[in-house]
Design a protein around this ligand. Structure first.
Ligand code: SF4
Length: 453
């Protein structure tokens, strides 16, 4: 039974996890607003509060549960909907949390009708198995919702799911196999984002370079997006074995596609990469990385690495550290391995085929990699001191001496700050792109510069 008085209803949302989740939450809110719901904030409270969960690690699940309980506790009069990855993975557990009225899985979360159903006593659970997810992904973008207006960048979902089946990863169990958002829907949303005055589109999905719709692959999609009247197109994460010469050439030849990739490495030991079931070895990774850096001017490439993988001994860890130290990277994101239920790795650990690495040792290795990463990031940033960089400014703050510090990203994803006199500032630089002469680096590894008008 659907609610009659929807236009009295207010909705607010909290999103955990990745850019894809943010794009999807915004799309849900926008669909509800277009049905007459009033958009509210968590602070103001709302009739319906949506918690968009994450389940990429055990820690992410814990954070999701904590957030749900907090929302229920602080909003006794609200209906609480729990959606997304954790809801898909373990709906019973989340439905068992007192105060949760609705649990929606990966597909159902993007169907506004479920939020409009009349609240019944107890918890309504709607989660369909991933095998039923079909061949196309639902579109989404983080732009259309009114509260998003202040942002300079919008996330655009182009793909969902993954068919790579890495041994440690639970995402295919949650988001299903790799599926494209139809090309015309991607282009339509990109046009809408540009018309709304955004300067940068960030492409998001689970395995975006695995995009294929009809005969159009990822490089083909990028060429079509270049026709959209927007300043910048930023590519999210690209699987190393999908960073082929065609993709490198498209980025190298473009003024709009930013010279920045995120290239998950995971391990710098071939033995561990094989255990993980990754689709490349260290030689391939180095080859793709060096080819991109050599071909794309100013290119900045960051990497994810995971330590503490069951079976990772001191020798494999040292191999990884040496390998990373020798790569022309821009930054490093360090993760520790989380054994996820329902994965090949969980079965290998349960059968004692692989032995977990003791926590203190995992912590020691992670801190060593973080140190290595700090050095890599400083070295890359410092190599641009003295350069002129185009910066898309996002936010301003007041410095201790009363000036305005404007901060934004360069094309190759360096964070750059400029301090200006309050008087000289005028309407502010949010959403504006300006050329900056880079003069130094701060404690936070942000580059500092001077505006060149
Ligand atoms: S590529 Fe591997 S780690 Fe990444 S989403 Fe797919 S299965 Fe998971």
């Amino acid at each position: 039974m659907f609610m009659k008085e929807i236009n009295q209803q207010s909705v607010a949302a909290i999103t955990l996890g990745c850019k894809l989740n943010y794009a999807e939450t915004s799309t849900v809110l926008d669909m509800l607003v277009s049905r007459g719901w009033r958009l509210s904030t968590i602070e103001e409270g709302a009739d319906l509060i949506i918690v968009h969960t994450c389940a990429v690690t055990g820690q992410a699940e814990q954070k999701s549960r904590q957030q749900i309980r907090k929302v229920v506790r602080n909003n006794p009069g609200s209906r609480v909907a729990v959606i997304g990855c954790y809801a898909q993975l373990d709906p019973e557990r989340l439905a068992g949390i007192d105060g949760v009225g609705l649990v929606l899985g990966s597909m159902e979360k993007l169907d506004p009708e479920y939020y409009c159903l009349n609240p019944e006593p107890g918890t309504l659970v709607r989660v369909s198995p991933t095998r039923t997810f079909g061949d196309e992904a639902m579109p989404a973008s983080s732009m259309l919702c009114r509260t998003e207006k202040g942002r300079t960048r919008a996330f655009l979902k182009i793909q969902d799911g993954c068919s790579f089946g890495c041994a440690y990863c639970t995402i295919p169990n949650i988001r299903g196999r790799s599926r494209p958002v139809p090309l015309e829907l991607v282009l339509e949303r990109a046009e809408t984002i540009a018309l709304a005055g955004y300067r940068e589109i960030v492409l998001t999905g689970v395995n975006i370079a695995d995009y294929r719709y009809g005969g159009i692959g990822f490089a083909g999609l990028l060429r079509r997006l270049e026709a959209v009247d927007i300043s910048r197109i930023r590519i999210g994460s690209v699987e190393p074995d999908l960073l082929d010469d065609e993709l490198i050439a498209v980025v190298a030849g473009s003024q709009k596609i930013m010279p920045h990739f995120h290239l998950p490495l995971q391990s710098g030991s071939d033995a561990i990469l094989r255990l993980m079931g990754r689709h490349y070895d260290t030689a391939t990774y180095r080859n793709r990385l060096e080819k991109a850096v050599a071909s794309i001017p100013l290119c900045g490439i960051g990497a994810d690495v995971m330590t503490g993988y069951p079976g990772e001994g001191e020798r494999e860890f040292e191999e990884m550290s040496r390998f990373i130290a020798g790569l022309p990277l821009a930054y490093l994101h360090v993760f520790t391995c989380s054994v996820r239920p329902g994965t090949t790795l969980a079965r290998q650990v349960a059968s004692k085929e692989l032995a977990p690495v003791p926590h203190p040792e995992v912590a020691r290795r992670a801190s060593m990699l973080a140190g290595l990463g700090g050095g890599i990031e400083r070295r890359f940033a410092e190599s641009f001191i003295g350069s002129r960089m185009a910066v898309l400014f996002e936010e301003g703050s007041t410095t201790e001496d009363g000036r305005i510090r404007w901060s934004g990203y360069s094309g190759n994803y360096l964070r750059i700050d400029v301090d200006v006199d309050a008087v000289a500032e005028g309407g502010g630089f949010r959403g504006e792109e300006h050329v900056v002469l880079v003069e130094g680096i701060g404690e936070d590894l942000h580059l500092q510069g001077r505006l060149l008008f």
